[in-house]
Design a protein around this ligand. Structure first.
Ligand SMILES: NC(=O)c1ccc[n+]([C@@H]2O[C@H](COP(=O)([O-])OP(=O)(O)OC[C@H]3O[C@@H](n4cnc5c(N)ncnc54)[C@H](OP(=O)(O)O)[C@@H]3O)[C@@H](O)[C@H]2O)c1
Length: 356
């Protein structure tokens, strides 16, 4: 399917917008700037002028069709077997509502919003359902900061609050504490009242400033060889499984992993059937409810995004390349709000669009 067909909500094909597409899977060089028809909002949709988008390890995987383990087959079936079904990349965004459908009740033109989509956020405009993973943006963040929230914060919320049910006083170990998910996990665990240990090889000062009381450098220390144990080990890195870390769990401890391998699924099933530490694996999906919770946490100062590098939309390939080399100290964002006067952009569109 071509780009015109994939942006199917468009009514006026004469109005175009800039998008970053990858029409094949591969390294960052497959990304390029293109033009597509600007979408319009359906009756229950809002049209968002995207002012920032996050570039994450999740986006890298979708660009490269690098789906871990047995999810490779499902990933290709879901996102396109030989090439991406939706050529416009980008999964997290923040921006301003510039038009609303006739049946929309929760949003109005001018609202600042942020959210997550399966694909399509590397675009100047995005039409999304008002009931999708969308929420009003925190008032104390920039667009770039808000766009950097959903990826790590939703994952941390789902795994630590909902699946592990972290309690005050528990000991939580975050493996990959300086990464996109880890930075949010450290903050959330701290907010939930846990004693937090972060594992990474760089950015100790950053990890501590986010709430870790202890830091373990995985290049010089193997925490599995120490006598310390944790109630929750949140593993954001690849290649491990429950057996790797179960000796470092308390008798009722939880091993959480982001990597869905056959082995970990087996461990999850078997540990659920007996007493003792358990393995938990899953996929974190954004929802309006999660995003509203995150907005509250950011507003009260419990969570903060860390921006590492900013790029413009036409630098999309460079932005993706930044994730492949030495990882930046913070999120990589496509910042489209920079130097942009929002009012003329709003004037581009009718305040009350007419829909058939
Ligand atoms: N299942 C889900 O729902 C879900 C959701 C979100 C993300 N994910 C996946 O989670 C993964 C992590 O994403 P991310 O954005 O956090 O990655 P990232 O930003 O690249 O961070 C990787 C982290 O791992 C650390 N690390 C690297 N090697 C390590 C080792 N041997 N031992 C301990 N720590 C090590 C890095 O620290 P140093 O560089 O300092 O060593 C860094 O803190 C991605 O592959 C993504 O696809 C899954």
């Amino acid at each position: 399917m071509g780009i015109l067909e994939s942006m199917s909500t468009n009514e006026d094909r004469n109005v175009s917008m800039r998008v970053a597409i990858n029409d094949e899977y591969g390294d960052p060089s497959v990304l390029r700037l293109s033009e597509a028809p600007r979408p319009t909002a359906g009756p229950r949709e809002v049209l968002v002028q995207v002012l920032a988008s996050d570039v994450t390890q999740g986006d890298r995987r979708l660009r490269a069709a690098d789906f871990p383990g047995f999810t490779a087959l499902f990933g290709r079936l879901m996102f396109g077997v030989f090439s991406p079904r939706n050529q416009v990349g980008g999964t997290n965004f923040a921006g301003r509502v510039v038009a609303v459908g006739s049946k929309v009740t929760s949003y109005a033109v001018g609202d600042d919003v942020y959210g997550a989509v399966m694909r399509g956020a590397y675009a100047e405009y995005l039409a999304v359902s008002e009931n999708s993973a969308l929420a009003k943006m925190p008032t104390n963040t920039t667009y770039a900061e808000a766009a950097a929230l959903p990826y790590g914060a939703v994952t941390a919320l789902v795994f630590l609050r909902d699946l592990a049910k972290v309690q005050p006083g528990q000991r939580v170990l975050v493996v990959g504490a300086s990464g996109g998910v880890g930075r949010m996990a450290v903050q959330l665990a701290k907010h939930l009242g846990a004693h937090v240990t972060g594992v990474a090889s760089r950015d100790e000062d950053l990890v501590r400033s986010l709430g870790a009381s202890e830091f373990i450098n995985h290049k010089s220390e193997d925490f599995t060889q120490s006598s310390q144990t944790w109630d929750v080990i949140f593993d954001t890195t690849e290649g491990n499984h429950f057996q790797s870390f179960c000796g470092s769990l308390t008798p009722t401890g939880r091993y959480l992993t982001l990597y869905m391998t056959v082995r970990v699924l087996f461990e999850q099933a078997t540990t659920a059937m007996r007493r003792g530490p358990r393995a938990i694996v899953g996929v974190a999906m954004g929802s309006a409810e999660n995003l509203r919770d995150i907005c509250e946490l950011v507003s009260e100062g419990a969570l903060r995004p860390v921006i590492g590098e900013r790029y413009s939309l036409d630098e999309i390939a460079r932005a993706h390349a930044a994730l492949e080399g030495s990882r930046p100290r913070g999120s990589v964002v496509i910042d489209m709000a920079d130097g942009q006067n929002l009012l003329p952009a709003l004037d581009l569109l009718p305040a009350t669009p007419s829909y058939a």
